[in-house]
Design a protein around this ligand. Structure first.
Ligand SMILES: NC(=O)c1ccc[n+]([C@@H]2O[C@H](COP(=O)([O-])OP(=O)(O)OC[C@H]3O[C@@H](n4cnc5c(N)ncnc54)[C@H](O)[C@@H]3O)[C@@H](O)[C@H]2O)c1
Length: 273
């Protein structure tokens, strides 16, 4: 799908760790659609991940920023505008991490220090990114900011732990900041609620394989891949979606509006017989 719908646009893409990352696929799709991009990730991820390979493929510069550090984000905005020689048109926030999930600490026995880190990294970071952009007046009018969410913001998925609360906050910040940025600068802010996807963050969730398969069986179109998500994101960065803001947009093959599917019913009947 190489339509040049982002020709002339410039953007920052957070969160490409390796070739499975949703941000990785989005960077490639944005580049193919004609955009100029800057890549960013936490300093530790830059050391461990493969972002420099991606930077070569996309002809992009890499600027480290811990998404929980306002000074890193302020620096990122200033440097990106220097590289682009002007303002920015789009930002992808593709950032998530829960120390409780990583350490297998259950939701009911949560460690509150970890919980606060989950919220800071996975949700408040969107507020920080938007605040840094607004302070630096870094985004062009009709600019577009997209963050990635999951349906655990609305419905409980026990293995998803405190990330469900983080996603609910992320979607709340999207609405609240979207309101302010819309009136101030006509900037759009939306979340995409993506199907389970095999990535480093995704596979770290307890029972991931089972709920990946469950979602695949429940969704009339099947699970949406990372590439599909990248294409949807490109559309949201483009001028075709100028009037869409403050939304949580399900990109999940119909999972969110399916009560139960025949294949799940048949499986239960088979197990009961
Ligand atoms: N994989 C799934 O099943 C799935 C489903 C729905 C939504 N999402 C969301 O998509 C987004 C991207 O995740 P992914 O699945 O591509 O996995 P991923 O592990 O490839 O990406 C997560 C990224 O967050 C970055 N990150 C963590 N802490 C950070 C910090 N302090 N500062 C800056 N960056 C930091 C990591 O370095 C990594 O690049 C996340 O928000 C995730 O919750 C994933």
């Amino acid at each position: 799908m190489e339509h040049q719908i982002l020709k002339g646009k410039k953007g920052i893409i957070f969160g490409a760790l390796d070739e499975r990352s949703i941000a990785w696929k989005t960077a490639l799709a944005a580049h193919a659609a004609g955009a100029e991009i800057v890549l960013s990730n936490a300093p530790i991820a830059l050391r461990m991940g493969k972002i420099n390979e991606l930077a070569t493929l996309c002809n992009a510069q890499v600027i480290p920023a811990d998404a929980t550090s306002t000074s890193d984000l302020d620096n990122l905005m200033t440097k990106s505008m220097e590289i682009f020689g002007g303002k920015i048109d789009f930002i992808l926030h593709s950032i998530g991490m829960s120390p409780n999930v990583r350490k297998n600490i259950s939701y009911t026995n949560t460690n509150y220090e970890n919980f606060l880190k989950t919220l800071d990294i996975s949700a408040l970071s969107l507020h920080r990114v938007l605040q840094s952009a607004m302070k630096a007046d870094a985004l062009n009018e009709w600019g577009s900011v997209v963050a990635l969410s999951y349906i655990a913001a609305q419905r409980t998925f026990p293995g998803y732990n405190d990330m469900g609360d983080a996603k609910a906050l992320l979607e709340g910040i999207t609405r609240s900041f979207g309101y302010h940025y819309g009136f101030a600068k006509k900037v759009r802010v939306n979340t995409i609620s993506q199907s389970p996807t095999v990535t480093s963050a995704g596979s770290g969730v307890a029972g991931f394989d089972v709920f990946y398969e469950y979602a695949e069986k429940m969704s009339p179109l099947g699970n949406a891949s990372a590439e599909d998500c990248a294409n949807y994101t490109i559309m949201l960065f483009s001028d075709y979606t100028r009037m869409v803001t403050m939304q949580n947009l399900f990109h999940d093959g119909g999972f969110s509006f399916t009560g139960v599917s025949t294949s799940i019913v048949e499986e239960i009947m088979k197990n009961n017989s």
